[in-house]
Unconditional design. Structure first.
Lengths: 286, 109
C-alpha cells in the first residue's frame, strides 16, 4: 500500500514542471517525510502553482472564450448537424435537391472539424499547466452542455418529432456520438497547441482563411437552407443572427493569427538585436 | 521592503552559505521559527526573490541521499544582502522601547 501511495505521489508530482518535480521529490527523500506529510506538502505546492497560473489573462481567456463560448456554440452546431442528417435520412426535404443538402451538410461538418481543431489548439497554447481544468471545462461543454441544460430545466424525458418519448440516457449517448468527432478534432488540436504554442504565420493565415471562408459560406447558405424548411411566406432569419453562432465557434482562428504574427515580430526583433550586438562585438575587440 | 517570510528565507540562505539549498533552508527556517515551513511557501517565495534579483538559484548535482535527484541551490545576491539589512534595521528601529524587546534584554524595567 505504501509503495502504491508513493507511486501515486510521483504521478501527482507530474503537475509540476520537470525540474521542480525532481527537486521536490528529492527533498522528500532527504527529509524522510511520511507519505501523508509529503502528499500534503506536494498538494500545497501544486495548488500555489495552479493559483499563480490564474493571475495571467491567458487561462481565463481559454476558459471563458474557448471552453464556454466557443464550446457551447460548437455543441449547438454539432447537434444541429445531427438533426439535419436525421431529417435528410427521413426524406424531410421537399424544396431542396439531394446535392444541395449534401453540399450544405458536408460544409457544416468540415467547418465543425476545422473550428474544433482551432479551439483545441488555442486552448492548448493558452492554458499551459492549467490545461487540465480548461480542457475538462471544454469537454463538458462540448459533449454535455445541451443535456445539462435539459437536466437543469428539470427534464428527465424528451420527445422526438414523431411524439415518441426518448429516455435521457439514449439522448446522452446520441449527443455524445454526435459531438465526438468535434472532441477528437479538438483533442488533436490541443496536443498540437501544447507542443508548439504558436503556428507559423503562413499556417495561421491558412487556418484563418479556411475558417473565415467556412463562416461566410455557412452564414450565406443557412439563409436559403433555413427558408426552404419553413412554411411559405415565413421571413428569412437575419444574417446577423445566423452569423453569431459561427462567429463564436470560429473566433479562436483570429487569435491564432494574432499570436503567430506577434511571435514572428518578436523573432524579427530578437534577430535584429542579435545582428546589432554581433556587429558591435566585431567592431570593438576586447 | 521584504516580507517576513522573505527575510527568514534570505537569513537562512545567508547563514548556510555554500550549503544553501531548498531542503536545508526549510530545516533552518523550522529551527529558527519552531514552526513548520511548507514546501509550497518555500519554493514560491524563492521564485519571487529570484524574480526581484535578491537570490540566484540553479540546479545542483543529484546525490544518493536524495534518491539520485537534484537540489535547488540558492545564493543570496548583493541586492539581497542590502534588502535584508534594510529590513533588519527597520525591525530594530520599530522594536525600540516596546515591552517584548526589553524582555529579551533582562525583563521590563
Amino acid at each position: 500500500v505504501t509503495s502504491l501511495g508513493w507511486w501515486l505521489l510521483n504521478q501527482l508530482a507530474h503537475a509540476l514542471e520537470p525540474a521542480e518535480r525532481d527537486v521536490v521529490l528529492g527533498d522528500f527523500a532527504e527529509s524522510g517525510d511520511g507519505l501523508g506529510a509529503a502528499t500534503r506538502e506536494l498538494m500545497g505546492l501544486i495548488l500555489r502553482r495552479q493559483a499563480a497560473l490564474w493571475t495571467s489573462w491567458r487561462p481565463w481567456l481559454a476558459l471563458f472564450g474557448v471552453s464556454c463560448l466557443a464550446g457551447l456554440s460548437l455543441n449547438r452546431i454539432a447537434l444541429g448537424l445531427m438533426e439535419e442528417v436525421h431529417r435528410y435520412s427521413a426524406d424531410y426535404y421537399t424544396d431542396l435537391t439531394d446535392s444541395q443538402v449534401v453540399a450544405f451538410l458536408s460544409c457544416l461538418a468540415v467547418a465543425l472539424l476545422v473550428w474544433s481543431w482551432t479551439c483545441g489548439f488555442v486552448l492548448g497554447s493558452l492554458s499551459g499547466r492549467a490545461a487540465w481544468l480548461t480542457w475538462s471545462g471544454f469537454s463538458l461543454v462540448i459533449l454535455h452542455s445541451a443535456i445539462a441544460g435539459l437536466v437543469l430545466a428539470g427534464s428527465t424525458v424528451t420527445v422526438d418529432r414523431q411524439g415518441h418519448v426518448v429516455p435521457l440516457l439514449r439522448l446522452l449517448i446520441g449527443v455524445t456520438l454526435a459531438t465526438l468527432p468535434c472532441s477528437i478534432s479538438a483533442l488533436l488540436g490541443a496536443f498540437a497547441g501544447t507542443r508548439r504554442g504558436v503556428l507559423t504565420v503562413r499556417q495561421a493565415y491558412l487556418v484563418t482563411v479556411a475558417s473565415a471562408t467556412l463562416t461566410i459560406v455557412l452564414t450565406w447558405a443557412t439563409g436559403p437552407y433555413g427558408t426552404a424548411q419553413m412554411p411559405a411566406r415565413w421571413p428569412e432569419v437575419p444574417w446577423s443572427t445566423r452569423l453569431l453562432p459561427f462567429l463564436l465557434a470560429s473566433w479562436p482562428a483570429v487569435y491564432l493569427l494574432a499570436a503567430a504574427c506577434h511571435a514572428q515580430n518578436g523573432n524579427d526583433r530578437a534577430a535584429t538585436v542579435g545582428r546589432g550586438h554581433q556587429r558591435a562585438t566585431t567592431r570593438d575587440p576586447p | 521592503m521584504l516580507g517576513e517570510f522573505e527575510y527568514l528565507l534570505l537569513s537562512a540562505a545567508a547563514r548556510l552559505g555554500e550549503a544553501a539549498y531548498g531542503a536545508a533552508i526549510r530545516r533552518e527556517i523550522e529551527d529558527a521559527t519552531r514552526r513548520p515551513c511548507s514546501i509550497g511557501a518555500l519554493y514560491t517565495t524563492l521564485d519571487r526573490l529570484e524574480a526581484k534579483g535578491l537570490v540566484r538559484t540553479w540546479m545542483g548535482d543529484p546525490t544518493p541521499q536524495r534518491g539520485g535527484r537534484s537540489k535547488r541551490v540558492v545564493r543570496v545576491t548583493a541586492a539581497g544582502v542590502r534588502e535584508a539589512k534594510t529590513f533588519y534595521n527597520a525591525v530594530g528601529r520599530a522594536s525600540r522601547g516596546v515591552s517584548w524587546a526589553t524582555v529579551r534584554d533582562g525583563g521590563p524595567s
